[in-house]
Design a protein around this ligand. Sequence first.
Ligand SMILES: [Zn+2]
Length: 191
Amino acid sequence: MDGAEEGMSSTGAGGSMSHKECVDGITKSLQHPTVRFLREKMEQAGCPVWGRLLMAITCKGQTSAGGYSSGRGITICCNHMSFQNEIDQVIIHELIHAYDDCRAKNLDWTNCAHHACSEIRANHLSGDCHYKRELLRGFLKIRGHEQECVRRRSLKSVQSNPHCSDITAKDAIEAIWGICYNDTTPFDRAP
Ligand SMILES: [Zn+2]
């Protein structure tokens, strides 16, 4: 399935970077240690698609930060980027989807459980839910916070999959939560 919407991630902010600053930022991201690590792991897993994997685009949706699809690779919504670390974050999140796609071979983005599992991993392992990042979004609760954040963000993404209803998305996340949250491959533990 090459649907462009699969694996979308979102940001609250409208971007203030120019397209050129964003493209330069993407190049800079390639030196980020986590990005380098994931790139190495993808190559080891037999997915040498690097040269055309990342694409800077202008997105129509209000909140999308980027996306991944098997056919198109990773897209970064440059019109919504304001900071280098947002670009790093989007690339790391989408690279985890790309890694999952690569290692599973038969990953089916129209299958809500498959999509849910990859979202849980991407939101957990990318640090999308680190405490400071959540503070900036205005979510202040501390206890159990990281998992709640991963759940919330994953649910939102799976619900935006045209193949998954709100209920199906919720059920899929609950059903595979333990397995996918604890699957930190290719990291030894959540970075
Ligand atoms: Zn995602």
